[in-house]
Write a protein that binds this ligand. Structure first.
Ligand code: ZN
Length: 63
């Protein structure tokens, strides 16, 4: 049923900037290549949502 990871596992930079707050200049995020839980894009740099203050996942068109 659920092929995708749990919502909110990882977030990409564009989603973080849109949905959350930008990390501080001195904050080093741990990025890796994965799937963004927010926009669903695969194979792009993602990091933990906490680096953006745990933004909410936007409503998706398909359910
Ligand atoms: Zn994203």
């Amino acid at each position: 049923m659920s092929r995708d990871p749990e919502p909110g596992d990882w977030i990409c930079s564009p989603c973080g900037e849109q949905c959350g707050r930008a990390p501080t200049d001195h904050h080093i995020c741990t990025w890796h290549i994965g799937t963004c839980s927010y926009c669903g894009t695969k194979d792009l740099p993602v990091t933990a949502p906490r680096d953006f203050g745990y933004p909410r996942i936007p409503e998706r068109a398909d359910k």
